[in-house]
Design a binder for this molecule. Structure first.
Ligand SMILES: Nc1ncnc2c1ncn2[C@@H]1O[C@H](COP(=O)(O)OP(=O)(O)OP(=O)(O)O)[C@@H](O)[C@H]1O
Length: 248
C-alpha cells in the first residue's frame, strides 16, 4: 500500500474585500502519494497560490483538514519544517543579505554543518546565473536571479516534500534546464514534489500526477496517465489540457 505524502480534505478559503467576496478554494480534496511528482494546474485565479500558501502555513483555511507527511497541519505550527521545502509566490528574500548569506542562513536553520552548507551551496548554484552574483546584496538582483535564488533555497536541505509555486517563471533557457535536471534528480531520490506552473511542457517532463483546479474547485486529481486517457488523441499535456478545459 502506498503512503500519502500530502492529503487535503475539504479545504476552503474565501477572501473578503470592499468589492465583495471571492471563494478562492471550495471543498478542495486530493491526495499526493509519497514519491509522486504532481503538477498543480489551473487557469489564472483558479486558487493554486492560495492552496500553496495554506500548505506552507502562511494562510489559514476557513475549513478543511490537511496532512503533510503523515502529520496534521496545525495553524502556526511547523512540525515538519525540516522535511518540507517551499517556493512561494511571495519570495520573501532578505534584501540586505547577499545571496550566499541568505543560503548560509537557511542552511544553518535547516541544521546543515558549515562544511555541508558550503559544499551544498557550491554544487547547487553552479549551473545558475545567480552563481555569479552570490556576493552581492539580493536587492541588486534581476527578477530571474531572485527566482533562481528562491528556487535553490527551497531545495537546499533536500526536503522529502518540495512544494513550488511557479518555479519556472522568469528563468532563462539555461536555468530552466538546470532546474529540471535538479528536480528530476531530487524526485529520483524519492522526494515528493508538488509544482504549480503554467509551463505545461515542463510539467509534462517531470510529473506523473496532476491536480487541476478551476474556480477554486478540484476538477481532476489523479495520475497523468488517467488524465491522458480522457483525451487519447491529444499529443501533449498542453493540448490535452486545452481540450479538457474547452469541454468543461
Ligand atoms: N488577498 C486576497 N484578497 C482578495 N482576493 C484574493 C486574495 N488572494 C487571492 N485572491 C483571489 O483568490 C482567487 C485565487 O487566487 P490565486 O492567486 O490563488 O490563483 P492562482 O491559481 O494562483 O492564479 P494565477 O495562475 O493567476 O497565479 C483569485 O480570484 C484571486 O483574485
Amino acid at each position: 500500500m502506498s503512503t500519502i505524502a500530502l492529503e487535503v480534505q475539504g479545504c476552503s478559503r474565501r477572501f473578503r474585500s470592499r468589492k465583495g467576496t471571492v471563494q478562492a478554494l471550495q471543498d478542495v480534496t486530493f491526495q499526493v502519494p509519497e514519491g509522486a511528482c504532481c503538477g498543480l494546474l489551473g487557469p489564472n485565479g483558479a486558487g493554486k497560490s492560495t492552496l500553496i500558501r495554506i500548505l506552507a502555513n502562511v494562510l489559514k483555511p476557513d475549513a478543511g483538514r490537511i496532512s503533510v507527511l503523515g502529520e496534521p497541519l496545525r495553524w502556526g505550527k511547523h512540525a515538519y519544517k525540516q522535511q518540507v521545502g517551499f517556493m512561494l509566490e511571495d519570495l520573501a528574500l532578505m534584501e540586505r543579505l547577499t545571496g550566499r548569506e541568505q543560503l548560509e542562513l537557511a542552511a544553518r536553520l535547516y541544521g546543515l554543518s558549515p562544511e555541508q552548507a558550503t559544499a551544498t551551496i557550491e554544487a547547487l548554484v553552479a549551473p545558475f546565473e545567480v552563481a555569479t552574483a552570490l556576493d552581492r546584496w539580493i536587492e541588486t538582483y534581476s527578477h530571474g536571479m531572485r527566482r533562481q535564488l528562491a528556487f535553490l533555497l527551497a531545495l537546499l536541505h533536500r526536503p522529502r516534500l518540495l512544494v513550488l509555486d511557479e518555479p519556472f517563471e522568469a528563468m532563462d533557457a539555461q536555468a530552466l534546464e538546470a532546474a529540471i535536471t535538479l528536480l528530476h534528480a531530487h524526485h529520483r531520490q524519492g522526494a515528493t514534489l508538488l509544482i504549480s506552473s503554467h509551463r505545461l511542457d515542463k510539467l509534462e517532463r517531470l510529473c506523473d500526477h496532476l491536480v487541476v483546479l478551476h474556480r477554486g474547485r478540484v476538477r481532476f486529481a489523479g495520475s497523468l496517465a488517467d488524465f491522458r486517457d480522457h483525451l487519447p488523441a491529444a499529443e501533449s499535456l498542453e493540448t490535452a489540457y486545452l481540450h479538457w478545459l474547452r469541454e468543461g
